[in-house]
Write a protein that binds this ligand. Structure first.
Ligand SMILES: NC(=O)c1ccc[n+]([C@@H]2O[C@H](COP(=O)([O-])OP(=O)(O)OC[C@H]3O[C@@H](n4cnc5c(N)ncnc54)[C@H](O)[C@@H]3O)[C@@H](O)[C@H]2O)c1
Ligand SMILES: O=C(O)C[C@H](O)C(=O)O
Ligand SMILES: [Mg+2]
Length: 439
């Protein structure tokens, strides 16, 4: 069963023992996936609950609603609401101010004429901008909309909810102001030129959901031409978290990563970066497959071995990572006993972790669990804290190591809401930026 829709069922349940269980059992017997339950109102005779449920499609929702309404005894569905859309009403972010203006004195300090002195101080010594503006705490989240999650080239405006989401994570996890920038061009010359012209307002540039192959040239050129940290999240944020998950799995399984055979399905932005990171970490046998000859060439040039098909990767590899954007690409029959399988495409993985485990995998995870949210916030916080001019390989390895160190024995990665992991990544990256060393 593929769950692609989340809805909230607002259900009134008369207070008779066993009534709530009847509702839950209908949801279970119809194979819908029960999520959070919130009590909205406790009355004398009945309780109103908001039950979050994942469904396959609209027909599935209708079936479950009808069955619940048929239970009888006063059990009634009052509304079916969409929690996800509700959470997006009005957008998820806004630019706020850090100073209140309550008096004319405040106005003169915060704005004119006081502000002119600050401008002159920065004109005289541009470094002062680090202390008297928000620049050093702001990161531009830049997309051209060409590889939004695994949804493909849906354009930058359709990708805005993802960019706003990244801004929310930046703010809540590490206190960075993330500012979405939507580009209506994918031409590397134009993208680089545009970002160069606007970069001065930001302490760093996070490139997000920019497709391959143009993402490689864009990132390389920006890194060379700007003296602030630039990182393509889908490449390096993903590679860091994937390396961390693989290291944790190897730790638990007692496997030596350098000696393991690793297969990567999909050699786009995320896939190629994962291969490069794993090979730099010491993996000797790195296999990759893609539909595009250019993508395969890039892997060969980076030192990996191209194989012809998904079948061959599944056949050969102890550890399999998939980042194709293709839901259900890996079949249960292709899974080998004891494999570690990370099917990282969002919103739908190449194989569901439960299916992979059922087919014999030793570890399996999807892109909701192994997600670059564990990496990019702390990587940028650490880089900004250190006033680093770039995000270097030792900084990325330090981030991966910090994620491994924050992972409980037996888990693949920490919980993304664990504030300790973002602090640990920040500190490790800052240390690596200052010393050039991982530890
Ligand atoms: N979990 C995470 O943190 C995370 C991070 C980044 C990307 N992703 C996911 O990875 C996926 C790819 O993202 P990307 O930025 O690398 O996109 P991309 O477009 O750069 O790369 C996708 C690659 O997959 C290849 N591909 C497509 N179908 C294939 C098939 N049947 N067999 C082999 N290769 C195939 C394409 O040719 C392309 O090279 C997306 O679904 C995205 O959500 C997940
Ligand atoms: O946005 C995410 O959840 C992860 C990643 O950046 C992706 O593109 O899928
Ligand atoms: Mg992304």
């Amino acid at each position: 069963m593929e769950y692609s829709i989340i809805r909230n069922l607002i259900v009134e349940i008369p207070q008779v023992p066993g009534n709530f269980a009847k509702v839950v059992s209908v949801i279970g017997s119809e194979q819908a996936d029960l999520g959070d339950i919130e009590t909205l109102k406790i009355g004398t005779h009945s309780t109103i609950r908001d039950i979050s449920v994942q469904f396959e499609d609209e027909a599935h929702i209708e079936r479950v609603v009808e069955k619940i309404n048929q239970i009888g005894g006063g059990i009634t569905i009052h509304a079916v609401s969409d929690d996800v859309l509700k959470a997006h009403e009005g957008g998820k972010i806004h630019m706020g101010s850090r100073r209140e203006i309550r008096s004319l004195g405040d106005l003169r300090r915060v704005y004119t004429p006081g502000v002119a002195n600050v401008c002159k101080a920065i004109e005289k010594d541009p470094d002062q901008a680090n202390y008297f503006t928000s620049i050093g705490n702001s990161v531009a989240i830049v997309t051209d909309g060409t590889a939004i999650l695994g949804l493909g080239n849906i354009g930058p405006v359709a990708g805005m909810p993802v960019m706003e989401g990244k801004a929310v994570l930046f703010d809540q996890f590490v206190g960075i102001s993330g500012v979405p920038i939507l580009l209506d061009t994918s031409d590397p010359d134009e993208v680089v030129e545009t970002i160069k012209h606007i970069h001065q307002a930001y302490g760093g540039i996070l490139l997000e959901d920019i497709g391959s192959p143009h993402c490689f040239e864009i990132e390389d050129r920006l890194k060379a031409e700007l003296d602030i940290p630039v990182m393509h999240d889908d490449q390096h944020g993903t590679a860091v978290v994937t390396l961390a998950a693989i290291l944790s799995a190897c730790r638990t399984a007692g496997v030596d990563l350098a000696k393991a055979k690793v297969g990567q399905i999909g050699l786009g932005a995320a896939g190629l970066a994962i291969c490069r990171m794993l090979m730099a970490y010491g993996v000797e046998e790195m296999y990759g497959s893609d539909l595009s000859d250019d993508a395969k060439d890039r892997l060969e040039k980076s030192g990996g071995t191209v194989v012809s098909s998904v079948d061959e990767i599944m056949e050969k590899s102890d550890i399999v990572v998939a980042t194709t954007g293709v839901q259900g690409l890996i079949k249960k029959e292709q899974v080998r006993k004891g494999q570690i399988i990370l099917a990282l495409s969002n919103p739908h993985p190449e194989i569901k972790p439960d299916d992979a485990l059922e087919a014999g995998a030793a570890f399996a995870a999807d892109g909701r669990l192994v997600n670059n949210v564990l990496g990019f916030p702390g990587i940028f916080r650490g880089a900004l804290n250190a006033k680093a001019k770039e995000i270097s390989y030792p900084m990325l390895i330090a981030a991966a190591q910090a994620i491994v160190d924050s992972t409980r024995e037996g888990d693949l990665v920490p919980h993304p809401l664990d504030p300790n992991v973002h602090v640990a990544v920040t500190e490790a990256v800052e240390r690596a930026a200052n010393t050039g060393q991982v530890q």
